[in-house]
Design a protein around this ligand. Structure first.
Ligand code: ATP
Ligand code: MG
Length: 424
């Protein structure tokens, strides 16, 4: 679990802001969900025989003896909220949420025990159109941010009936090579053979490569759905490859699944993953409701953005107010408030803790502010302020107090226009 330190948090805020803006532009609304849910919710939705439920959940009993779990993902809570708030009765929902998730995995680069996701879900939509929209939306995020080192893989898992038939074929195949399976896979052979395909054990990969694939067992309807999705992606110019071995680690998926993967981050290559879960709402006690969504890992997203050369707009102060002498602090506060009133997004720091002129100016310099605004006895008497550029090495000028906001606004625009826009 990581502390996200100042400096790093600026990048997070910037990227989260861009994602928020883009999903909003497609008409998706925010929903905020609890971090804790009843354990049963995750067991029923994610599935008992999955890595998450078997070994990764943070589960505990509260003082009333109820079993609760820190959410390992957002979809289950989203569906629970949809049902318990009646959001799915004769309505369709396009929703997003973001925040921390918890899985007790083996920590390594890109894999943490508290990590963060941006999560988008569309509930009540049946057709391949929404599948395409969600994928196109994610693609827009990458292109907007200049992230290029990602490729899209898609697959179809078919309806649950088709999966049941495929399951028999798989069981037969893996039973014939049972002596080569690892312990997890042997256990899964009875309970959940599809999970074997999602194994991360390298020794299992040759067997998995040679296994029969779901795409060859698709039902006609899922097949049509998949073709229509591909057509929409082709028309939108979103490149993809079909990966018949993509199954995803959670039980609730059906039909379309997809994953954006990168080779820029070592072995933790999945940046954004999603799929359809048409049966989940009903399984959790709601009326049958088709649904689809994706989740992006924010840590991996931030890493990838930086690996692709992405920069974060500078968050240093525009001005640092140096105030020396009787009454200077009162003036300094009033002046800073006035600037914050009048210049949008300005960042002004007032020197705190007093000090000599020299030591305050040193702090101004260390703050990385663009300008020092100087209030000494002379300035206070003359209703003026000294404006000293700290970065460009220009001369200090004296500005009448009532012209400061206008002058500073102009100076700021001239000083660092590219940095302020964040596109150096
Ligand atoms: P992986 O195959 O890497 O374990 P996953 O299939 O378990 O990923 P999902 O449950 O689909 O992942 O979660 C969606 C996204 O959340 C992933 O694509 C990834 O970017 C991110 N993610 C998942 N687990 C972690 C983790 N432990 N630490 C950081 N990010 C994670
Ligand atoms: Mg995982």
């Amino acid at each position: 679990m990581n502390d996200i330190l100042p400096g790093v948090s600026a990048t997070w805020q910037y990227l989260e802001g861009v994602v928020r803006e883009i999903v909003t532009s497609y008409g998706y609304d925010e929903i905020r969900l609890p971090l804790l849910e009843q354990t049963e919710l995750f067991k029923r939705s994610i599935g008992e025989v999955t890595d998450i439920v078997e070994k990764e959940m943070y589960t505990f009993e509260d003082r009333g003896g109820e079993s609760l779990t820190l959410r390992p993902e957002a979809t289950a809570g989203m569906v629970r909220a949809g049902i318990s708030n009646g959001l799915l009765h004769n309505q369709r929902q396009k929703l997003w949420t973001a925040g921390p998730m918890f899985r007790r995995e083996r920590p390594q680069r890109g894999r943490y025990r508290q990590f963060h996701q941006f999560d988008v879900e569309a509930l009540g939509f049946d057709g391949p159109d929404v599948d395409a929209e969600l994928i196109i939306m994610s693609s827009r995020i990458w292109s907007r941010l200049g992230i290029s080192r990602l490729r899209l893989e898609i697959n179809s898992l078919g309806t649950s009936a088709a999966r049941a038939r495929y399951r028999e074929t798989l069981v037969e195949y893996f039973s014939n090579v049972k002596d080569q399976l690892d312990r997890d896979s042997i256990r899964r052979l009875d309970q959940n053979p599809l999970r074997i395909l999602d194994s991360k054990n390298p020794e299992m990969q040759p067997l998995i490569e040679a296994a029969p694939v779901m795409l060859d067992h698709l039902d006609a309807e899922s097949s049509e759905h998949f073709d229509a999705l591909r057509e929409l992606l082709d028309a939108a110019g979103v490149a993809y490859s079909v990966n018949p071995r993509l199954v995803r680690g959670l039980d609730y998926y059906s039909r379309t699944v997809f994953e954006w993967v990168t080779d820029a981050l070592g072995s933790q290559g999945a940046v954004c993953s999603g799929g359809r879960y048409d049966g989940l709402v009903e399984r959790l006690g709601g009326r049958p409701t088709p649904a689809i969504g994706w989740a992006m890992g924010i840590e991996r997203f931030v890493d990838l953005y930086e690996a692709c050369g992405g920069k974060t707009p500078d968050a240093v102060a525009d001005a640092y107010v140096v105030a020396v002498g009787d009454g200077a602090l009162v003036e300094a506060f009033a002046m800073a408030e006035d600037l914050r009133d009048r210049i949008p997004d300005v960042r002004v720091e007032v020197n705190l803790g007093g000090g000599s002129f020299k030591s305050q100016l040193k702090r101004a310099d260390r703050s990385n502010a663009t300008f020092a605004l100087i209030l000494g006895e002379q300035e206070i008497e003359g209703h003026s302020v000294g404006v000293k550029p700290l970065r460009s090495g220009g001369e200090q000028i004296s500005v009448p107090r009532d012209e400061l906001a206008t002058t500073l606004g102009t100076l700021m625009a001239n000083e660092a226009p590219a940095e302020r826009r964040g596109d150096e």
